[in-house]
Design a protein. Structure first.
Length: 628
């Protein structure tokens, strides 16, 4: 089948996807001639690197997508790498988790929001940013400088009263009709200019507006603009001047460490350093520095909305042909020429060297933190093995907890730690199905029974070839099980594990009060030494299991509360319910509103408003009666 596809490859530009025996995409590449490029992988292993040889040995199938040009192939390649995350491609680590700033230009009164998804929705995006913390700082700074609306919802619905942000000067209150669209649009343009590093442009406009307001004897307005001007100037004072040519540039350099590469990018706008980000790349083994820089430039700028007219690189791109293709790609995206430079001397070279030193410092700090974390977590696992007298190292630990309110909306959590660190992709949550009332013992037995029943089913399906091991959710077994609770919960858990044939797995109950560990067949608890790494690990497990369970329980309880509070009111269907919640924000706020305030909501009238308010107050009285 593979050979047949190789024989039929087209002599056209496009993208190729290599797949393993499970059908997983393990490599994505582009080519100006698909036939020549793909067949080169199978012409013998003499000139192939060890990594490429390993890739070829796993290829069982391939897929090609023909494009009209190599430039289209480049864009498609970046998209498919982001989508499939193939193990043999160089990739920005955890790309999907990088946050962006989004200016919702498609809305009548745009907002500034944080998002992790890029969509073709008419909005303007800035980023990616390497951390949520840097995004929050930027958002807080912008909201302190520019009076944008921060309320949720695409539609800025009319309200009688302005929010608190308006009263403290942080919002122009478009919801109350206190600002015209043209004036609000000016603010949005300033926000975009600020994010693009064009503060000088904003300063000039503010100075002009301030003088115009003063000449018109609008002294209060002039004072407001003066305060905004001074705040912006304070921000600009903190920016470092790194270029006297007043250019817009991105400067990119890298540092290579153990099994990872750190790429640092400095953003220079009008000669000032306005910010920087760093990214870690995986899959760089056996790749030379030019290949790493090339992969980063392609992936980063395929996601970035702002392209400067000049990009300074520490290393040349992979080949002259690749450099020309990337230059064309950036030119098309920017709508103007983009100069890609690898400086060898002078001020620009010094700038690249500065970025390179910062990349190295960031990498060293990351490796120290990783080493410290690894030492702390692995030492804790070894300590725990010793204190619990386990034959095997408890590398994978699963901890279970039950959460409910008087037996209502009973749920359970399963959290997983590997090597002493959380493995959140393996967390699971359960709704208790068969137990009535607040019975933690029976609930624990049900949940453990379901977990290990699934393990047995998946193991059988994998053995028979009906299930891919990568798709299994419960087939991987723990080296240690901890249940939150004392002897009762432990006994229930062991009953379920014995029933499904997993009695051999060591299991302990963690008593909540004293943090003692109980083991089956022993009346004496195991007391872990205070301030020990083993105790710290057990506490983290317990706390994480409790957090995960109670979060799920609250979600279900909140959903049930909304259903009982609004869905049972005659005349309130899905549309009116949505309108009420969007207008007031919560059921509690609706309860506090007057009949007249409820009546102005879209789809409502006085009669319905009276019904809603009476029903919610009656429900509140009923709840108070139950509590008494």
């Amino acid at each position: 089948m593979l050979q047949e596809k190789l024989n039929k490859l087209p002599n056209k530009p496009g993208v190729y996807l290599m797949k393993d025996e499970q059908g997983q995409v393990i490599y994505v590449g582009k080519a100006i001639n698909l036939k020549n490029r793909v067949r080169s992988y199978f012409q013998g292993s003499k000139n192939l690197t060890a990594k490429t040889q390993a890739l070829v040995s796993r290829i069982k199938d391939l897929e090609t997508i023909v494009t009209d040009s190599e430039l289209e192939a480049l864009i498609l390649e970046c998209t498919l790498i982001k989508e499939h995350k193939p193990r043999y491609n160089i990739m920005l680590r955890d790309d999907k988790s990088y946050p962006y700033l989004k200016v919702t230009l498609q809305e009548s009164f745009p907002r500034l929001i944080v998002t992790r998804r890029l969509e073709k929705d008419g909005a303007k995006y800035f980023g990616p940013y390497s951390s949520a913390g840097s995004v929050r700082e930027t958002v807080n700074l912008i909201r302190s400088l520019f009076p944008l609306r921060s309320c949720a919802g695409a539609d800025c619905k009319h309200r009688k009263r302005s929010c608190l942000n308006h009263h403290i000067g942080r919002c122009l209150a478009p919801c109350s009709g206190k600002v015209k669209t043209e004036e609000y649009t000016k603010v949005i343009k300033d926000v975009i200019a600020f994010l693009e590093g064009k503060e000088d442009q904003i300063l000039r406009r503010l100075q002009s507006d301030m003088m115009a307001a003063a000449e018109a004897l609008e002294f209060e307005k002039a004072a407001e603009i003066r305060n905004q001007l001074q705040a912006l100037e304070r921000v600009m004072e903190k920016q470092k001047v790194v270029s006297t040519t007043l250019e817009d540039q991105d400067v990119i350099a890298m540092a290579r460490g153990i099994n990872q590469v750190c790429v640092q990018i400095f953003f220079i706008r009008a000669g000032k350093l306005i910010g920087r980000e760093h990214f870690f790349l995986e899959g760089t083994d056996e790749m030379d520095r030019s290949q790493v820089i090339t992969a980063f430039v392609k992936q980063y700028y395929s996601r970035s909305e702002f392209i400067p007219p000049q990009v300074l690189l520490q290393e040349p791109l992979d080949s002259p042909e690749e450099a020309e293709l990337i230059r064309s790609f950036l030119k098309e995206k920017r709508g103007g020429s983009v100069d890609i430079v690898v400086p060898k001397r002078g001020k620009k070279y010094q700038l690249v060297e500065m970025v390179s030193k910062n990349a190295l410092l960031t990498l060293e700090q990351q490796e120290r933190e990783q080493q410290h974390k690894k030492s702390r977590t692995e030492d804790a696992v070894l300590e725990l093995q010793k204190h619990l007298d386990l034959e095997e190292i408890p590398w994978r630990i699963e901890c279970f907890d039950i959460s409910n309110t008087m037996g209502q909306e009973s749920v359970a959590s399963m959290v997983v730690f590997e090597g002493g660190a959380p493995k959140r992709s393996d967390y699971r949550r359960f709704r208790v199905r068969t137990v009535e009332g607040p019975n933690d013992f029976a609930s624990m037995e049900e949940v453990l029974g379901r977990r290990f029943a699934r393990a047995r089913e998946e193991a059988k399906a994998i053995a028979e070839g009906h299930l891919d091991a990568m798709s299994a959710k419960f087939a991987i077994l723990p080296d240690l099980v901890i249940v939150d609770g004392g002897k009762g919960q432990l006994s229930s858990a062991r009953k379920a594990m014995v029933q499904h044939g997993y009695a051999i797995i060591p299991t302990f109950g963690l008593a909540k009060e004293n943090e003692w560990l109980f083991h089956e067949g022993s009346s004496e608890p195991i007391v872990l030494p205070r301030h020990s790494k083993a105790l710290y690990l057990v506490q983290r497990l317990r706390d994480e299991a409790h957090r995960f369970a109670i979060t799920y329980h609250r979600q279900l309880r909140s959903k049930a509360g909304l259903t009982s509070a609004l869905d049972k009111i005659a005349g309130i269907g899905p549309k009116r319910k949505t309108a009420l919640l969007q207008h007031f924000g919560s059921v509690k706020a609706i309860k506090s509103a007057t009949v007249e305030e409820i009546a102005v909501v879209e789809g409502m009238n006085i009669t319905l408003a009276e019904t809603v308010r009476a029903s919610l107050l009656a429900l509140e009285d009923e709840e108070k009666g139950v509590k008494k």
